[in-house]
Design a protein around this ligand. Structure first.
Ligand SMILES: NC(=O)c1ccc[n+]([C@@H]2O[C@H](COP(=O)([O-])OP(=O)(O)OC[C@H]3O[C@@H](n4cnc5c(N)ncnc54)[C@H](OP(=O)(O)O)[C@@H]3O)[C@@H](O)[C@H]2O)c1
Length: 277
């Protein structure tokens, strides 16, 4: 048994990492701002990576990381302000992990994240560089979009809610995806935390310089067919209609830069994931 600290261990990916690591018999510590109601098999430590007092944050993190073999960073910040978790937050985590003598840091990132001008991706690519330059050996695990990701288009409360109310099930036109089950991503991250190849993918130096492994879902699929599958699974009568996804992210997806057909190591397909919900 080893000790693994999961930064962002209450999030979508982080929860799966905690479950996987605890299931493999590891001692798990979780860092996030808010204490969750349920966190099976792990101890929670409330720390805001972006709190004003850097010294206090560093001390709190170093105390959590004390005696840990590995730190997994599965934190996230979507708004321009919150994206500082990828820069300021990562620097604080890396520095505290160094102070605590942690053996390895594992960073959850996104496939080809350095190849888009999308601001969120640029911050994420900076996170990879921060860890690569940090005091603790880092492994970057890049994943393709999670199966949940397309919910931002398909779900009735999606950003495209106005389309939904018109009886439309919007999908990003001209895009294909290789979505992956977050449980497969968690397996990859815990593999890396244990010093093994994530889902059997040998890390090689990535754009940040850190050893990087990219894990993808088992199939590349057209967004239209995924929208229809989502509609069937949710008994939705809405009509699947392609809508343009503007900006650098749309460009990135249409160019297929986010696809890793050679890294199709995820086990659970989109249809299987939909059926299991
Ligand atoms: N969604 C995808 O398709 C996809 C694909 C590949 C990679 N990824 C990457 O996976 C990572 C995790 O994404 P996710 O969707 O699992 O994120 P999420 O559900 O939003 O979870 C974020 C976690 O970070 C914590 N957190 C946020 N700000 C914090 C702060 N200032 N201090 C301490 N903890 C903080 C949150 O807890 P509190 O709010 O309680 O602090 C939570 O535990 C991201 O880097 C994302 O880019 C996502």
């Amino acid at each position: 048994m080893t000790t693994i600290a999961v930064v962002g261990g209450t999030g979508q990916a982080g929860r799966a990492v905690v479950h996987e690591a605890a299931g493999r018999g590891h001692d798990v510590r979780v860092v996030s701002r808010r204490r969750p109601e349920h966190l099976d098999g792990a101890a929670h430590h409330a720390v805001d990576l972006l709190a004003d007092d850097a010294g206090q944050v560093g001390d709190a993190l170093a105390a959590v990381f004390d005696g840990a073999d590995a730190v997994v960073d599965a934190s996230n910040g979507m708004s321009p302000q919150a994206q500082a978790v990828f820069t300021t937050g990562a620097r604080r985590v890396a520095e505290a992990a160094g102070r605590a003598g942690v053996g390895r840091v594992v960073v959850l990132s996104i496939a080809a994240v350095d190849e888009s001008a999308y601001a969120y991706y640029r911050a994420h690519a900076e996170q990879e560089r921060v860890y690569a330059a940090g005091p603790v050996p880092a492994t970057v695990v890049r994943a393709t979009q999670f199966h949940e990701f397309l919910g931002i288009f398909f779900g009735p409360d999606s950003r495209l809610g106005a389309w939904s109310r018109l009886g439309v099930l919007p999908y990003p036109r001209g895009c294909r995806f290789q979505t992956i089950d977050v449980r497969d991503v968690a397996r990859a991250l815990v593999d890396a935390a244990e010093g093994a190849d994530p889902l059997g993918v040998a890390p090689a130096p990535g754009p940040s310089g850190a050893p990087t492994a990219t894990v993808g879902g088992p199939e590349v699929r057209d967004a239209r067919s995924m929208a229809r599958a989502w509609g069937r699974a949710h008994r939705s009568r809405r009509l699947a209609v392609g809508v343009p996804l503007p900006g650098p992210l749309g460009e990135f997806f249409r160019a297929g830069r986010h696809l890793v057909p050679g890294g199709a190591v995820g086990a659970t397909t989109y249809d299987q994931w939909l059926a299991g919900r």
